[in-house]
Design a protein around this ligand. Structure first.
Ligand code: HEM
Length: 234
């Protein structure tokens, strides 16, 4: 439950936040979805195979806002070395995938010092120019490039996320269904001005965007009917 709920939830919320901040990208996505899915049916997960830009969008959400920014603690099962540094058996290793730093944080024998070694990961400006900008086009629709992000966002080694396929099924369903049927728009304040949220995330193991309002507007009466059909419990 812990692994599967909050991770999916924060990834979906980050998607909505990015769509509010980048309406042009939202529009471009909708054109792709319309061209593959049409407007007479709801999308299905299998449609994703024909939607490279949507795959890029979800990858970019995972890159910009990884659900578990500091990963989950691992322990070294045998003595190892990295860049000439000894990493002793039993030492705890945490990989910071979010920060513009790659921190191997190891606690010597759990009682000694803490060492932070820095190297860039998901926000590496050399690999991902303008790393804090949402730019799905940076992958050039190349799944091999997207896979490099996925390899970091879902953890490492034998303890890597076992729910990855379930996660993609859920996130793709939310992203695709929303884009096919709705416009994701800013909410309005009492003066009728758009509320553009700022990007603020909680600390903690699983990081969430701070609460932000939005307005989901169905794109057509047909879309409304399609949604109502699946929302009706027989
Ligand atoms: C976007 C969604 C998700 C993301 C980004 C994500 C990411 C991660 C990450 C980074 C880890 C730590 C891996 C490591 O120790 O190196 C993890 C572990 C785990 N995840 Fe996910 N996860 C997601 C969804 C899910 C779902 C849907 C499930 C279950 C249905 C799930 C179940 C688990 C479990 C059980 C672990 C612990 C595995 C272990 O320690 O052996 N996750 N996940």
């Amino acid at each position: 439950m812990g692994g599967g709920l909050d991770t999916n939830m924060t990834t979906a919320l980050s998607f909505f936040l990015d769509m509010l901040l980048y309406p042009d990208i939202q529009h471009k996505e909708q054109i792709e979805v319309d061209s593959v899915v049409g407007t007479d049916r709801l999308p299905e997960v299998k449609d994703i195979a024909s939607l490279p830009f949507i795959r890029s969008i979800v990858t970019e959400v995972l890159r910009l806002h990884p659900a578990i920014p500091m990963g989950i603690p691992h322990a070294v099962t045998q003595d190892d070395s990295y860049n000439g540094m000894l990493i002793k058996k039993g030492i705890m290793v945490m990989a910071s995938v979010w920060y513009a730093l790659y921190s191997i944080l190891y606690i010597l024998g759990f009682s000694g010092g803490v060492h932070i070694h820095t190297r860039h990961m998901l926000h590496d400006p050399e690999v991902y120019p303008d790393p804090m900008d949402f730019k799905p086009e940076r992958y050039n629709n190349d799944d091999a490039e997207m896979q490099k992000v996925i390899n970091l966002a879902f953890g490492f080694g034998r303890r890597a996320c076992p729910g990855i396929h379930f996660a993609f099924g859920t996130v793709y369903s939310i992203v695709l269904t929303t884009l096919a049927t709705c416009d994701i728009l800013p909410a309005l304040n009492a003066n009728g001005d758009k509320i553009i949220p700022s990007v603020k995330y909680s600390s903690g193991n699983i990081s969430f965007p701070e609460h932000f309002p939005l307005h989901l507007k169905t794109r057509s009466s047909k879309a409304e009917t399609l949604l109502a059909e699946v929302a009706t419990v027989p």
